[in-house]
Ligand binder design. Structure first.
Ligand code: TXA
Ligand code: MG
Length: 318
């Protein structure tokens, strides 16, 4: 595919929004900041533009993309929004919650976005400049995390550049991503809620706010084609639940287990989520063997352990 000189433009620079909109309108890819991780965006209504996302990431064609919208009104043009889904949007949007909903029969979204499913994932990011870009483009943007398929998600413009330099013309730089891990994904089907991917908005919190359970996706065989066992893989090997360092390892600590570097010395799970990918990336630069201290499997710890389990899983090409 075409190689680009990848330009990094700060979100505060004059003209950053219009430059991003110009590229997207021309069918090019743009890396955009969100509150969770950086995304690799294309006009979601343009078949060829969306195909470029799969190509640039080396993403398997069966793994669908999230449509990012500027507001609820834009979401309603592409998916059917039930009363239950509407409540979730009211409570959590803009914010790190993705909803998988039935695609409207007249949806203008290009077919590869949903990878053959009759649902679409929609999310309204809590990042002003990105919503402004979408609003000015006047179309949803499809955006997976801006990393080569199977690798760690990027939490800075430098991370995007490290994985995708030359594969896109523009990265909008908004500094460190505040949340640090990807959005919670909830499927809504027949007035039931299913957890497809844990995130910083926890399933327990959603269940409590809505007064109904958030079910395991396996209960009704809800499709979640992207939840592959090996994902978020650094180059180094990863050993989990390490209470001490073995020979040649770099230990990533949490709470009382200090380690060489820590996710959160005070044992704060939000801080640990924010630091997770960044810390693994740094560790990967200095060691071929990474060990990670146990992280409690409660609250946001569930999302952190989900990512860690995949980072440590045997890799396809190993
Ligand atoms: O925080 C986030 O969600 C970030 C930022 C950039 O918004 N995006 C992100 O995208 O994490 P990605 O592509 O890395 O992960 C999206 C996940 C994949 O596991 C995919 O399989 C799932 O969403 N997904 C997308 N559409 C779906 C659908 N219709 N049904 C079930 N799962 C779907
Ligand atoms: Mg991803």
């Amino acid at each position: 595919m075409a190689t680009f000189k990848t330009q990094v433009v700060s979100e505060t620079e004059n003209g950053a929004v219009s430059l991003a909109v110009q590229h997207l309108a021309a069918g090019n890819l743009v890396a955009i900041p969100t509150e969770t991780v950086y995304g690799l965006a294309a006009d979601a209504t343009e078949y060829a533009a969306v195909q470029q996302i799969y190509k640039a990431k080396g993403r398997p064609s069966f793994n669908p993309l999230i449509c990012h919208v500027a507001d609820v009104a834009m979401a309603k043009k592409i998916v059917t929004v039930s009363a239950l889904a509407s409540r979730l949007m009211e409570i959590y949007w803009p914010g790190p919650l993705t909803l998988v909903l039935p695609a409207r029969p007249d949806s203008p979204i290009a077919a590869p976005v949903s990878a053959g499913l009759d649902t679409l994932a929609v999310r309204c990011p809590n990042k002003g400049i990105t919503r402004e870009i979408i609003r000015k483009l006047e179309k949803p943007i499809a955006a997976p995390s801006a990393n080569p398929s199977g690798k760690l998600s990027p939490t800075s413009a430098a991370d995007v550049l490290a994985g995708l330099d030359g594969k896109l013309p523009l990265i909008i730089d908004a500094g460190d991503a505040p949340e640090g891990i990807e959005s919670t994904i909830i499927g809504v089907k027949n007035d039931k809620l299913y957890l497809l991917r844990p995130g910083t908005i926890t399933a327990d919190e959603i269940a409590e706010r809505l007064g109904q359970p958030v079910l395991d996706r396996n209960e009704d065989e809800i499709s979640a084609p992207g939840q592959l066992l090996s994902h978020y893989a650094p180059e180094a090997s990863v050993r989990l639940n390490a209470t001490e360092k073995r020979d040649g390892e770099l230990l990533i600590g949490f709470g009382d287990i200090k380690g060489d570097i820590s996710l959160s010395a005070s044992g704060d799970l939000s801080e640990a989520a924010h630091n997770l990918f960044k810390t693994i990336r740094n560790a990967d630069k200095t060691s071929t063997r990474i060990a990670v201290a146990p992280v409690p499997n409660e609250g946001i710890g569930i999302a952190i352990n989900d990512r860690l389990k995949r980072a440590a899983a045997p890799r396809k090409d190993a």
